[in-house]
Write a protein that binds this ligand. Structure first.
Ligand code: MN3
Length: 199
């Protein structure tokens, strides 16, 4: 099986001014494509060759060869990341995931603070996350291109805090990038992931 790079669900400029067109173009055509290509090389001729990406990642970070851990994680993380954002979105979640956030964190503002803090304090490269862990919502961060699936957790929302995701526009101002992210979160998609995780 060959993993394919999905089309971006919008144009490179669609998320401006929060994410600039040049960053989107490089991020998708170089970084995401790179993970996809290297994943295909890494699984070729191995027992992972005919597996779904989710099943590969679920083997866990200790089990996976480094090239599959890094590029498989990077491939799947970005598949989701593009869908977690859209123009004219942001604001507060609705539906089941909103209820779950209120129940777990008290209110949306408290969740947002905790998630943003995880993004700002992730040292080096990685992601901040909202995940389902044994049926409960949890905020965490993951190093490098690790997926929550490697830790038996289901990803709902992720923010890429690798410098390649923001440096052209924000340079060292990661907190400004984190703040901008809230303007483009596509909560409908997050809610779909949440409902699938409950099924
Ligand atoms: Mn990235």
């Amino acid at each position: 099986m060959t993993f394919k790079l999905n089309d971006l669900p919008y144009g490179y400029q669609a998320l401006e001014p929060y994410i600039d067109a040049k960053t989107m173009e490089i991020h998708y055509t170089k970084h995401h494509k790179g993970y996809c290509d290297k994943l295909n090389d890494a699984v070729s001729g191995t027992p992972y060759d005919n597996m779904k990406i989710e099943d590969i990642l679920a083997k866990g970070e200790k089990e996976l060869p480094a090239a599959i851990r890094n590029n498989g994680g990077g491939f799947h993380n970005h598949n989701l990341f593009w869908q977690m954002m859209s123009p004219k979105s942001g604001g507060e979640p609705k539906g089941d995931v909103a209820n779950a956030i209120h129940k777990k964190f008290g209110d949306f503002a408290k969740f947002k603070t905790e998630f943003s803090e995880a993004a700002k304090t992730r040292f080096g490269s990685g992601w901040s996350r909202l995940v389902v862990n044994k049926g409960e919502l949890e905020v965490m961060s993951t190093p490098n291109q690790d997926s929550p699936l490697m830790y038996a957790k289901t990803p709902l929302l992720g923010l890429d805090v690798w410098e390649h995701a923001y440096y052209l526009n924000y340079q060292n101002r990661r907190p400004d990038y984190v703040e901008a992210f809230w303007k483009i979160v596509k909560w409908d998609f997050v809610n779909e992931l949440y409902k699938k995780a409950q099924a």
